[in-house]
Design a binder for this molecule. Structure first.
Ligand SMILES: Cc1cc2nc3c(=O)[nH]c(=O)nc-3n(C[C@H](O)[C@H](O)[C@H](O)COP(=O)(O)O)c2cc1C
Length: 207
C-alpha cells in the first residue's frame, strides 16, 4: 500500500490484510455495484461496533436502515446537492442518529452503578450532549465494522438534519448525525484519488 501514509507494519498487532481492509485500502465510497447488502451483514457490522467504548457504556447510537423504494424516496429530498444522487444510487443508506433517551437502558447497560437512569432523567440538555458525543464515536466504530463485514461505506453530513428528524424521528426523538451509504465498491469506490493524510508528527504533541 501507500507507504507514505503509514508507519511500518511491524509496529502493528494485526496483519497487513486487516490493516488494509479496515484503513489503508478502504475508501469513502460513492460508487457501488448492484450487489445487495443484507440485514445479516449490517447486524454483523453492528456486532463488532457495539463493543467500542462509549461514556458510561451508554451506546446512544441508533440506526435507521433505508432501502430503495418508499423509504429512500423520503430521504433523498433532505440530502444536500450531489448527496441526493449518492443516496439514490446506494444499495442501502443508514441514517445514524443519537438517542437522547438512552438513559432508559442504563439499568441494563451500566449495572455497576445503580441509579444513573434516574439521575439523568431530568437532565435533558446533558443527555443530548452525551448522546451526541458517544454516538459520533460509535459512528466511526460502525464504519469500521462495515468494512470488517466486507462492505464499503460513504459517510455524509450534507443534509437537512431538522427535516430528516421531522420525517423519520418525530416519535422517537432521535437526532440525526450522518447518513452512511453502504454497499460493495465499484472499483476503488471513489471518483477522487486518495487524499493525503497528516502524519503522527503533524498531529501529536508528545510531552
Ligand atoms: C463527518 C463526515 C461528513 C462527510 N460529508 C460528506 C458529504 O456530505 N458528502 C460527501 O460526498 N462526502 C462526505 N464525506 C466524505 C469525506 O469527504 C471523505 O471521507 C474524505 O474525503 C476521505 O476520503 P477517503 O476515505 O476516500 O480517503 C464526509 C465524511 C465524514 C467523515
Amino acid at each position: 500500500m501507500t507507504e507514505t501514509l503509514t508507519h511500518p507494519s511491524s509496529s502493528l498487532a494485526v496483519g497487513d490484510d486487516v490493516a488494509d481492509l479496515l484503513f489503508r485500502a478502504a475508501r469513502t465510497t460513492s460508487l457501488f455495484t448492484d450487489e445487495p447488502v443484507t440485514d445479516e451483514q449490517l447486524a454483523a457490522a453492528w456486532d463488532l461496533a457495539k463493543f467500542g467504548p462509549t461514556a458510561m457504556n451508554t451506546l446512544p447510537l441508533r440506526v435507521l436502515v433505508v432501502r430503495p423504494g418508499e423509504a429512500r424516496d423520503r430521504l433523498v429530498p433532505h440530502m444536500a446537492g450531489a448527496n441526493k444522487d449518492r443516496v439514490a444510487a446506494a444499495p442501502v443508506s443508514l441514517v445514524l442518529a443519537a438517542d437522547p433517551a438512552f438513559h432508559e437502558h442504563m439499568d441494563y447497560l451500566f449495572p455497576a452503578v445503580p441509579g444513573v437512569k434516574e439521575q439523568l432523567a431530568p437532565a435533558a440538555d446533558l443527555r443530548e450532549q452525551m448522546a451526541r458525543k458517544s454516538a459520533l464515536i460509535q459512528a466511526g466504530f460502525f464504519i469500521l465494522g462495515l468494512r470488517a463485514a466486507g462492505l464499503a461505506a460513504g459517510p455524509m453530513d450534507g443534509m437537512d438534519f431538522d427535516a430528516v428528524d421531522a420525517e423519520f424521528f418525530a416519535q422517537s426523538g432521535w437526532k440525526s448525525l450522518l447518513v452512511v451509504n453502504v454497499g460493495h465498491a465499484e472499483g476503488e469506490g471513489s471518483p477522487y484519488p486518495r487524499g493525503p493524510r497528516l502524519s503522527f508528527d503533524q498531529v501529536a504533541q508528545v510531552l
